[in-house]
Design a protein around this ligand. Sequence first.
Ligand code: MRU
Length: 363
Amino acid sequence: MKINGTPYRTIWPTVDNKAVEIIDQTRLPHVFTTVRLENMRDAERAIRDMQVRGAPLIGVTAAYGVALSMSHHASDAALGATCSVLLNARPTAVNLRWAIERMRVFLEPLPASERAAAAWREAARIADEDVEINARIGKHGCEIIHAMHEKKNTAVNILTHCNAGWLATVDWGTALAPVYNAFDAGIPVHVWVDETRPRNQGASLTAWELGQHGVPHTVIADNTGGHLMQHGRVDMVIVGTDRVTARGDVCNKIGTYLKALAAFDNGVPFYVALPTPTIDWTLQDGVKDIPIEERAAEEVTYISGLCDDGQVRSVQVTPKGSHAANYAFDVTPARLVTGLITERGVVKADAEAMQILMPKEAT
Ligand code: MRU
């Protein structure tokens, strides 16, 4: 996607394959800057501190983290230690485990002397595949938006939560890929952007990237969606996800479940867009089994933004001494999901229908 007219991905290796560059998402939307990751610890920190975030991008960053590590030490012990450090960077997005496992299985049989070059190639393949997958998600999702436009003949209003746009992937995004596809095809769309407290991925990132692409959008406080749905102002919800179970329960940014309930109550279709590596075939009951990340209380008690003097500052919004809890994700049961938009088509969120998405090695 383009930033001020220049095409970017969210992550790319330097020409000499010695380092990796990322867009620092903690500085957006007020400052656009890139950061150089020189070693595996840098990659781990970038994931943990959310300079990169979003399930697919977390996975790709970890894959490059393995490549960075192999350039320094490529023994079996180094490979094992690298995988376990990266795996612990964040707990909820299963793409992290998926990408690390793919790198490990690919590299383990190779002699140590060949691992570094092979790791850079495999990480680049994972990144390219992500772009291809998201482009396909975009096409399948666009058909749904197109059908809705045929039905109502005015702009299609889509509500999204958090950021599942190109910043959350290598390019295109998951939930926003259908939106970009529809917009580029001339279908009139408008996006309701949930601000997504506490980290404000909606207000800061989704709004920014939609703006860069020229897509009409309106940022709303997190509690607004239900009201808009009651008044017929949301035609569909499309969100991304960090992990989907084998029976179709969907884990995504905290607050997604409440939007799904409101959509269900108002007969608004609720779609989840995902690449198939986001499916965790080992789990069934998402509420019981998916680990939910708990983050620092300060993300809730403080908020940061651009001040009138042009400086970005953090301010406290709660009384001193109030405790805060910061659960980063919740689980939407499959029964509330209208459909899963994947690179292989739109599939019902249930165990039987999802069989067609299962990779051979998981059967
Ligand atoms: O905590 P984050 O910002 O990594 O959470 C991201 C989300 O919840 C996204 O909606 C999800 O990863 C899907 S990204 C394509």
